[in-house]
Ligand binder design. Structure first.
Ligand SMILES: Nc1ncnc2c1ncn2[C@@H]1O[C@H](COP(=O)(O)OP(=O)(O)O)[C@@H](O)[C@H]1O
Ligand SMILES: [Mg+2]
Length: 589
């Protein structure tokens, strides 16, 4: 709570003071409206004083107008503060999440990240504004009303309030339980969002494998669990009601008994008694809200816990305090005795891996699926950090240089191609803001993408849709290559960049890639050996280490794993006379 106050509320204390002034206005007029019952009864009903009739009526009217203005003011200022808190935290949270390492996004269900931004932040806001309104408006109103009561008859007031402390313990316990239940509810809601996202995105697979019933029952199970938890929370929360109603009833009965006795005894005038009972009745609602405040606060704090936990999650891959700027000279990449294990696995993906990609030359990685080829590429832009050993570019450890200079130096076409929900033009220009139309078209032409783009309904302005579902795999791959071409970085990493292309477009793209890779340090993973046969050096990777290196001729002469892979492919090629059948190094891809 202190942290919430320090980080989220403090910038707006001026607004909060203003809101409190309005709330004080509401509280004061609330007290006044109860107090005015006294002259109403005494002057008008008991004394039949006609001269007081209009002034009293006007006073009551004025009280209500001022109360209305106060309510307007406090509700507008409080929403302002509440909405600012949401917006600020969303901004901070997103900014923080962008600093987290890639592995975090792979390990965390997206749905739960999204609930942090929506449900949790909203709960936090509700707690903050409920607490401020609770203390400002309700507590002040109660104080004003209690003052009115004590002013009438302090003994009667003591009798009225003697019962309320009884409620403190059960209501505190309700707060604790509610916090636990809401924490579980948020978790289920996060899972819910994740399932929805996955099954909508994977609708094709769900349909193809006729998993509709299975997914329906999964969604149903979670929805039912959310229902049960929500009902549980409601039951716990509602227990406060009967407690408060009963206590309120006891208070009023005591007041009527004792107060009535005093009035009959003529120890108290009827006006005072009515003012007292009015104040007590009006106080009832704000007291009930104050009793529920703890519950709302606990819900909000449970959410704030989760939001702060995410804000505190330090990125595993971090920039040094004073990083050097990487100024790529040749762009030689060197792995020295590198070991790497993915988080949450106990098997080393790389162990004792040493290799060199010479400056300005093309180096290829080949090897069976799961050998660790993609992992090697991931370590160069520091998507992950090595567990042991080091990765160097031009002799600089990648951990010593700034993210900015490192990632600017690297063009990447990864295995999994992401197109954003935007136009073809914007997707190619991604990462080079302010690219000119000519540059974009030139990159598209070089990636053999221009022709198909012109055939799209709106050319470069065509929206490619979420995940680029409306264009084929090969077309997506060409857009990704165009993106990398436009970036024109000195180091190029290609992870099976041409795997989804048909032979014809591969030939076109291959020509473009040959041009692109000239005088650039290129590290390429390819499933077709034919595309890497011309590489300056080929590293054969198996089970997380380099088992042999050399050019094509040398490796064939060695008669090792490469020669075997090559023979397999050769046999495949000879066997399949249809050119559609593409020989592959990596089985199952
Ligand atoms: N995000 C990940 N989390 C855990 N293990 C992974 C992850 N990515 C890859 N691996 C594992 O690391 C090993 C190497 O994978 P990868 O580098 O993708 O192989 P390749 O690209 O050669 O097919 C495999 O055993 C794979 O299961
Ligand atoms: Mg791979």
């Amino acid at each position: 709570m202190r942290r919430l106050a320090r980080e989220s509320i403090r910038p707006y204390w001026g607004w909060i003071v203003m809101a409190c002034v309005f709330m004080a206005l509401v509280a004061g007029t609330t007290g006044l409206s109860a107090y005015l019952m006294k002259p109403v009864i005494n002057e008008i009903f008991v004394d039949r004083n006609e001269a007081m009739l209009v002034p009293i009526a006007l006073a009551i009217f004025a009280t209500f107008v001022v109360k209305g203005v106060g309510n307007y003011g406090q509700s507008v200022t409080m929403s302002f503060v509440g909405q600012r808190i949401i917006t600020d935290v969303q901004h901070r949270l997103y900014a923080h999440i962008t600093t987290l390492e890639l592995g975090y996004f792979h390990a965390t269900p997206i749905g739960s990240l999204i609930t942090r931004f929506t449900v949790d932040i909203n709960m936090m806001r509700a707690a903050v504004s409920n607490v401020i309104t609770g203390f400002g408006k309700d507590a002040l109103s109660v104080v004003a009303l209690v003052y009115v009561m004590f002013a009438q008859d302090w003994k009667l007031a003591l009798i009225a309030f003697i019962v309320f402390p009884i409620a403190v313990v059960p209501i505190a316990r309700i707060g604790q339980r509610i916090r636990k239940v809401t924490a579980n509810t948020q978790e289920e809601l996060g899972q819910f969002a994740t399932i929805l996202e996955q099954t909508f995105q994977g609708a094709r697979v769900v349909k193809a494998y006729r998993m509709e019933e299975y997914e329906k029952s999964r969604v149903r199970t979670i929805a039912e669990r959310v229902f049960t938890l929500t009902m549980k929370a409601t039951r716990i929360r509602s227990v406060a009601s009967p407690i408060m109603e009963t206590l309120g009833g006891i208070a009023i009965v005591l007041v009527i008994l004792y107060g009535g006795f005093r009035v009959i005894d003529q120890a108290m005038d009827p006006g005072s008694f009515f003012a007292f009972i009015t104040a007590l009745l009006i106080a009832y609602e704000p007291v009930k809200r104050l009793a529920n405040l703890n519950t709302a606060l606990q819900e909000g704090l449970a959410s704030a816990d989760r939001v702060f936990a995410l804000l505190d999650r330090a990125p595993v891959v971090q920039e040094r305090a004073n990083p050097q700027t990487l100024d790529v000279q040749g762009g030689e990449i060197e792995f020295r005795n590198v070991a790497f294990t993915y988080d949450g696995t106990d098997q080393q993906a790389l162990n004792g891996l040493t290799l060199k990609a010479p400056a300005g030359k093309m180096a290829a990685l080949v090897g069976p699926s799961g050998a660790g080829k993609s992992t090697i590429l991931n370590l160069i832009p520091r998507f992950y950090d090595v567990t042991a050993g080091d990765v160097r570019i031009d002799g600089h450890d990648v951990r010593d240089v700034s993210f900015e200079s490192l990632r600017c130096a690297i063009g990447l076409v990864s295995q999994e191609i992401i197109l954003f929900d935007d136009t073809v033009r914007a997707n190619i220009a991604y990462g080079k803001q302010g690219a000119t139309e000519d540059e974009i078209v030139a990159a598209a032409k070089a990636a053999a993408a221009h022709d198909f783009i012109m055939d799209l309904p709106n050319g470069y302005d065509t929206e490619v849709g979420e995940r680029g579902v409306r264009i084929s795999g090969g077309q997506r791959q060409r857009l990704a290559i165009a993106r990398a071409m436009l970036k024109n970085a000195p180091i190029l990493l290609l992870d099976e960049a041409t795997s989804s292309l048909d032979t014809e477009s591969e030939r076109q793209v291959q020509g473009a890639l040959d041009r692109l890779t000239q005088n650039r340090t290129t590290l390429v993973i390819a499933h077709r050996l034919s595309t890497v046969m011309g590489a300056d050096v080929i590293h054969v990777v198996d089970r997380g280490r380099v088992v042999e290196s050399g050019n094509h001729g040398e490796l064939i002469a060695r008669n090792g794993l490469y020669a075997r892979l090559y023979a397999l492919q050769f046999a495949d090629e000879a066997q399949a006379n249809a050119p559609r059948h593409e020989p592959r190094v990596a089985a199952g891809e």
